[in-house]
Design a binder for this molecule. Structure first.
Ligand code: NAP
Length: 328
């Protein structure tokens, strides 16, 4: 049985999530890819253990992570049962509902019907009594926000989740959600959004200012642009990489222009004494973001990525040079 490292809290840094009393690790692990029923289970265990040994206390899931849908939660539940159960009180486990999950009109969107059923399914699959954060996965224009937020508040009241999250909500939607949740006395804890050097809508939307105003944290997914912001694609597309395996990142999107930019970014990273992956993660955390939410296909990547926590600062020259390269 897995025995957690005695040194697991020696290196990782933690930051308060918004106005809450809870600290999140600056690096969290997501199980969107590489934890499905199609992926080797021993590697999944090795990644979960490496993460926890490195002080990553936060594991992020969703009802439909796999493939097949639900299988990442199933696999995580197996690992909880066999090895991680003794550490449950040291862990922040999150899951979500909001995208397509099961057939028919009640397995998608933001209805009370969908969210209430989905949390029960997720708890069963993950073999836990509660999750720490339950998210609405995306804004649903076809459901009154009061209904969606009411369901999240009630899930907290029922003890099935401790905190309320929203994901992919813009600043305006975040503000409205936070107001309703405040009235319900279950404050908004966090918004989970895509943010990386190549996807900067969060800046244009002033989302971080809004989150600070409402007292919620921000966790950023795909901080490596699914692996593009690493040295992985500098010399071609390696077999087994996400671009070869997955319809969310296409081989065609790894263009010579993109590789040219990434090569220049890699030079800045090396001058800073970091890998490009490390620099890309530090960059996301440079200003107000609570946590970067990484994915991984191997334990070594997790080890590389947690190396950032001592080197989050950038000089203004480095930031300008990065912006210049990205704008080319
Ligand atoms: N809320 C939402 O709507 C939403 C959407 C997407 C994701 N998420 C969450 O965010 C998490 C992370 O998303 P993501 O997987 O797209 O994040 P990411 O960190 O941008 O990409 C992860 C991929 O980058 C590569 N990688 C990671 N570390 C590396 C390193 N040190 N060196 C070289 N390559 C490295 C690996 O690719 P290879 O597989 O090619 O090795 C890995 O699978 C998900 O698991 C999920 O929890 C949420």
């Amino acid at each position: 049985m897995y025995q957690a490292s005695d040194k697991r809290y020696d290196h990782m840094k933690y930051k308060k999530c918004g106005n809450s009393g809870v600290k999140l690790p600056r690096v969290a692990l997501g199980l969107w890819h590489n934890f499905g029923s199609v992926d080797p289970f021993e590697n999944q265990k090795a990644m979960a253990f490496e993460a926890f040994n490195q002080g990553i206390t936060h594991f992020d899931l969703a009802n439909n992570y796999g493939p097949v849908y639900g299988s990442a939660e199933d696999n995580f539940g197996r690992i909880m049962e066999s090895d991680l159960r003794p550490y449950r009180d040291e862990m922040i486990i999150s899951t979500k509902a909001g995208y397509d999950m099961w057939p028919g009109p009640y397995g998608d969107g933001g209805s009370r019907k969908y969210l209430m059923s989905s949390i029960d399914q997720s708890l069963k699959r993950m073999k836990v009594d509660y999750v720490d954060i339950f998210y609405h996965h995306r804004f649903d224009p076809d459901t009154p926000l009061e209904e969606t937020m009411g369901a999240l508040s009630d899930i907290v009241r029922q003890g099935k989740a401790l905190y309320v999250g929203i994901s992919n909500y813009n600043a305006e939607q975040t503000k409205r959600a936070a107001e309703i949740l405040k009235e319900n006395k279950t404050p908004l804890f966090i918004n989970q959004v895509c943010y990386n050097m190549m996807n900067r809508w969060v800046e244009e939307d002033h989302l971080l200012d809004t989150l600070a105003e409402v007292g919620a944290g921000c966790i950023c997914f795909s901080p490596l642009a699914q692996g593009v912001l690493t040295n992985k694609y500098l010399h071609g597309i390696p077999a087994g990489s996400r671009a070869t395996r997955n319809h969310f990142l296409h081989e065609d999107s790894i263009t010579p222009e993109l590789v040219g930019k990434v090569t220049k970014l890699n030079e800045i990273a090396l001058n800073r004494g970091q890998t490009l992956a490390q620099m890309a993660l530090s960059w996301v955390l440079r200003d107000g973001v609570t946590t970067v939410l990484i994915g991984a296909s191997r334990p070594e990547q997790i080890k590389d990525n947690v190396g950032i926590v001592d080197h989050l600062e950038f000089t203004s020259e480095e930031l300008k040079e990065i912006d210049r390269i990205l704008a080319e």
